[in-house]
Design a protein around this ligand. Structure first.
Ligand SMILES: [Zn+2]
Length: 435
């Protein structure tokens, strides 16, 4: 307990208040794979929400690590996680219940290994724990529940994830930082009558249709892991170019969405063709209606989540519905396939996505001005910097805003104008030649 004792002493001082400690992780371990199993509880359709205690649920994770630097500590992000037991296997010996210290101020768990881990060593680390399915009033982060009401005024429940920026740690202890990319295998135990969707397709349902297993993901950062437990309707379709996509939402919404489905299929084909230099690593793209979301929509690969006002809303906001699909699909390349290695570089995902979304939508409709150029003009004089280095958990949670998006998009636009058909502006020019 010597190391953990010293650590506690360290954090009992003002040292813990320093930003770098809050948001950085040691580079001594790299997680190549997570095998995550979560129990998800939701009340039956039409039922009232029971006591909050019902939403504290069991889960477990098996993490494959490679050791990059000698260390005696396994450091993982966690927020609201209670560790029940843990188990380390290094291929020769196993160790049960490593001593663990949680430092809540920096949202980290420190497990002490009884020997110095050597560079190149591979480990399997298993943790059994509980986590909380949050209420939508808790800012709709982590795994949280929301509701929707059908045409017969019956209330339905949804549990869905919002892990961007640093909320995967509310459901699974992990290296919750975009520097790390890992393969994820997911198993969800959900109540009878509910379906589960995730980044990848489900390959097995057992246990009286309550255990759902999903194909492993390509390598992704933790903030892009996504799943939803719900009882909504499905429409499975294939884009004209042959890409599988699905729409998941209330029956009455899906009935009137033909135009949106057609637009989405065409946009997927356009982007898959234009950005073919980087092949989309997912073989399906579902769009799911969620009762409420933190920021309206989220670009999770394979499972794009949208709040009701963004999901097939052609009544009042024809431009917005198409813009959201374009924006979230562009993220499949900018942010998902290529991920900035720190939240300070968010302009390289949100800025480029905004730049291309304007290009694509203007090409489709040259008269379009709403949400495009005027927003740029409004953003430019603001004093918001396009580059902000977050120094605390709170700042990482709030990274990125519209002014930053449009201001950085305007800069990419100006760079391209100034340099003409340049060969030097590698990233922007190479791709934009195709659009
Ligand atoms: Zn975005």
């Amino acid at each position: 307990m010597l190391i953990l004792g010293a650590l506690l002493l360290l954090f009992s001082t003002a040292f813990a208040a320093q930003g770098a400690l809050e948001i950085s992780l040691p580079k001594s371990l790299y997680a190549t794979k997570y095998d995550l199993t979560v129990n998800v509880f939701l009340p039956p359709v039409g039922a009232q929400i029971p006591d909050e205690d019902a939403f504290r649920q069991k889960a477990s994770v098996l993490i494959d690590f490679t050791v990059k630097e000698p260390t005696r500590l396994i450091v993982l992000n966690a927020d609201g996680i209670t560790v029940k037991q843990n188990f380390l296997w290094n291929g020769r010996s196993n160790y049960s219940n490593l001593p663990v210290v949680e430092v809540k101020s920096v949202q980290k768990l420190y497990f002490e290994v009884p020997y110095i881990l050597a560079v190149g060593e591979t480990l399997q680390f298993y943790i059994e724990y509980t986590y909380k399915i949050r209420s939508v009033d808790d800012e709709a982060l982590g795994l949280y529940r929301s509701t929707w009401v059908d045409e017969n005024k019956v209330t339905h429940h949804i549990a869905s994830t919002q892990f961007k920026t640093i909320h995967a740690r509310k459901v699974v202890p992990c290296l919750d930082d975009p520097t790390f990319r890992s393969v994820w295998s997911l198993t969800v135990h959900a109540p009878k009558g509910y379906r589960v969707d995730a980044n990848t397709q489900e390959y097995q349902t057992t246990n009286n249709a309550q255990t759902h297993r999903f194909f492993k993901t390509p390598s992704i950062p933790s903030y892009l892991l996504a799943f939803a437990v719900h009882d909504q309707a499905y429409i499975r379709t294939v884009s004209p170019g042959g890409f599988k996509n699905g729409f998941i939402g209330p029956h009455e919404k899906l009935r009137n969405c033909t135009a949106w489905f057609a637009f989405t299929g065409q946009m997927i084909d356009t982007l898959v063709d234009k950005f073919k230099v980087v092949k989309l690593p997912f073989d399906k793209m579902d769009f799911i209606h969620i009762g409420r979301m933190y920021k309206g929509a989220m670009e999770n690969p394979g499972l794009i989540t949208l709040e009701p006002s963004k999901f097939c809303n052609y009544d009042n906001q024809i431009v917005l519905s198409e813009l959201i699909v374009t924006h979230e699909m562009l993220h499949q390349w900018f942010g998902n396939s290529v991920t900035p290695n720190g939240w300070e570089n968010i302009i390289m995902s949100e800025g480029l996505v905004t730049y291309y979304q304007i290009r694509l939508l203007l090409k489709r409709n040259p008269n379009l001005t709403l949400l495009t150029t005027p927003s740029m003009v409004i953003a430019l004089p603001s004093n918001t910097s396009i580059y902000t280095q977050p120094t605390s958990i709170n700042e990482v949670m709030n990274v990125g805003n519209d002014a930053q998006y449009f201001k950085s998009a305007a800069i990419f636009h100006m760079m391209e104008r100034m340099m003409g058909p340049a060969k030097r502006l590698y990233n922007v020019q190479r791709v934009s030649e195709n659009i």
